[in-house]
Design a protein around this ligand. Structure first.
Ligand SMILES: Nc1ncnc2c1ncn2[C@@H]1O[C@H](COP(=O)(O)OP(=O)(O)O)[C@@H](O)[C@H]1O
Ligand SMILES: [Mg+2]
Length: 149
């Protein structure tokens, strides 16, 4: 099963993310794929807002992982500059810390992604339009998609 959702503004993308967050559960993992400027960080902002996090969300490109305190902890990762050093930072440990994990550039660590997860590929159509191709892996994520989409 695969879902396709189009958003026509940053605000619509934030709303989409908030809808997913309303179905959150501990150890939820969201894997974002898409070019630079496609909206991965914007989507993460929506997740953060729905978790009640007021801090500004920025791409953690240089420190790889940023933690935020919310209703559940948010572990926001950007693995663009990780260069495969997944083990060095214990990245996969974060999948089981009871928080919500969002990974930007998940395609760069394909072999290290958890089996059960939500995969989201963002395609840029034009300046304001993005297509989200959303694919759940595992029953919990399938049910979440059914509830949200
Ligand atoms: N429909 C949309 N959804 C998300 N972002 C959008 C949309 N339309 C335009 N944008 C703009 O695209 C940019 C996305 O940036 P960002 O989320 O940082 O990308 P990434 O993290 O994928 O590199 C922002 O400047 C945002 O305002
Ligand atoms: Mg980003």
């Amino acid at each position: 099963m695969e879902y396709k959702i189009t958003t026509k503004s940053e605000e619509e993308t934030i709303e989409l993310a908030q809808n997913f967050e309303s179905e959150k559960f501990p150890n939820m993992v969201i894997c974002l794929r898409g070019d630079l400027g496609s909206g991965k960080t914007v989507f993460t902002k929506g997740i953060a807002e729905a978790l009640g996090i007021n801090e500004t969300i920025t791409s953690p490109t240089f420190n790889i992982i940023k933690e935020y305190d919310g209703e559940l902890p948010l572990y926001h990762m950007d693995v663009y500059r990780l260069n495969g050093k997944v083990d060095d930072i214990g990245l996969t440990d974060y999948y089981k810390k009871g928080g919500v994990v969002v990974i930007e550039w998940a395609d760069l660590i394909e072999d290290y992604l958890p089996e059960e997860r939500l995969d989201i590929k963002i395609k840029v159509v034009d300046e304001d339009v993005r297509v989200f191709i959303i694919k759940p892996y595992g029953q919990q994520y399938e049910e979440m998609c059914e509830a949200v989409l």
